[in-house]
Write a protein that binds this ligand. Structure first.
Ligand code: ASP
Ligand code: MG
Length: 418
């Protein structure tokens, strides 16, 4: 079995849906399970609908009407003879969603969120399944919630591997082409759960693992994984091969490669992950698999913007020792600040963090009771994996002030004043 994943951007409009069939026809679709995300920005739209609902539960959220119009427009462009039939199936889904919103009594935001937001994937896969069948291709629609079993941690549910493995085997069986949803699952009471934003890649990996797939392919609007984000860097190079370990390292430093959660199950069974262009499906793209660390072996640039550099020093010039450091870390944990980089000297301790939940001010207030605190907000964190002279010269050329620098044999990191 092979697993394919198409993200929201690849199915944002009629052309995108048609292109899925083109991809399937050009690479073959024997024994393939296709995981699909919500169309375009539907998940964001659904998040907005949930906000509107919680603001005023007496009204039908305005966003719902727009979301329906968006999907109906795609159907109108995709279907001719059986348009009425597809419209009625999609209308039923919207009825179900609207019904949930009308009747819901739960004040639990996260629970409501998952029940609502999951409709993005249910809609996209329903429409795409009908379209593929219309093209004369035999395929079945699978409700991922009958496969992916999780705990009750709504919005970021944790997988129940045992139940999931059993269910996937039972549900997928010997089917040839299967269309299913990314991102969604269900808990032991069969309430819908989700795996966290951008969770469809992870879904694909879970299916890949459960099916002992020969490979998992993520189809994207780029030729594969590049050595730098093309939105930030002018010159980029396609990486042909990346080892699992290297891909996890890159993801750790913030490369929007593939989420480490996606790589872990694949790595365990050494299932190769391909990242390929849905525009040129026959091109090689990138392979994340066992083997060479990086091919070509070039520096990889990762930039994380809008970071915060916190510099702490002891008030009485005493050393910053283990006890202080453990106290600082416990606070960073308490205030949910992901730590990106740390450096310490005798009397200072520097840490670069993401102000993820906007709790910086609170944290700084507490820190001030024990340290001299200097905070620089809005800094850029540059990471260069496999750096060379040219790569580090790049930092000089930005002309930005280097606030902190750290090198290991494989990685150079720079905190720059933006
Ligand atoms: N539709 C979900 C999201 O936008 C899941 C995904 O796209 O991976 O976050
Ligand atoms: Mg998406």
């Amino acid at each position: 079995m092979k697993v394919f994943k198409f993200g929201g951007a690849s199915v944002k409009d009629t052309a995108g849906v048609k292109n899925i069939v083109k991809v399937l026809k050009s690479v073959g679709f024997e024994k393939t399970l296709v995981v699909i995300s919500a169309m375009g920005k539907s998940t964001n739209a659904l998040e907005e609908i949930i906000k509107q609902y919680f603001n005023d539960k007496t009204k039908t959220p305005q966003g719902l009407i727009e979301l329906k119009a968006y999907h109906l427009k795609i159907i109108e462009d995709l279907f001719k003879e059986n348009r009425v039939e597809v419209c009625s199936v999609v209308n039923e889904l919207f009825e179900e969603l609207h019904g949930f919103i009308r009747l819901n009594k739960s004040p639990d935001y996260s629970y409501v969120y998952d029940q609502v937001v999951s409709f993005g994937e249910l809609l996209s896969t329903t429409i795409i399944h009908h379209y593929i069948v219309n093209q004369g291709i035999d395929c079945c629609w699978l409700d991922a919630r009958n496969c992916i079993k999780t705990d009750d941690y709504y919005r970021a549910a944790n997988l129940d591997w045992d139940a999931t493995l059993t269910n996937v085997k039972k549900q997928v069986g010997n089917a040839s082409l299967v269309i299913t949803q990314g991102f969604i699952g269900s808990n032991s009471n069969n309430f819908t759960t989700t795996l966290g934003r951008e969770g469809s890649d992870y879904s694909a990996a879970i299916f890949g693992y459960a099916l002992n797939a020969e490979s998992v392919t993520i189809w994207k609007d780029v030729p594969g994984i590049l050595n730098a984000d093309p939105r930030v860097f002018e010159e980029t190079q396609l990486l042909h091969q990346i080892s699992y370990r290297e891909a996890i390292e890159l993801a750790f430093y913030g490369a929007s490669v593939i989420h480490p959660k996606t790589l872990q199950p694949l790595q365990r069974k050494e299932i190769p992950l391909f990242v390929k262009s849905f525009e040129n499906p026959l091109d090689d793209g990138t392979s994340v698999s066992k083997g060479k660390t990086l091919e070509p072996h070039v520096p990889c640039y990762i930039v994380k913007k809008d970071q915060v550099l916190i510099q702490l020093s002891s008030i009485d010039f005493s050393f910053i020792v283990e006890e202080n450091i453990s106290y600082i870390f416990s606070l960073l944990h308490e205030y949910q600040m992901p730590v990106e980089l740390i450096q310490n000297s005798a009397i200072t301790f520097s840490v670069c963090v993401t102000n993820k939940y906007r709790r910086l001010q609170e944290l700084v207030l507490v820190l001030r009771s024990r340290f001299n605190v200097e905070v620089i907000e809005g800094v850029d964190l540059f990471t260069i994996r496999h750096f060379d002279i040219k790569a580090t010269q790049y930092i000089e050329k930005t002309g930005k002030e280097v606030l902190l620098e750290q090198r290991t044999s494989e990685t150079a990191q720079f905190v720059l004043r933006a």
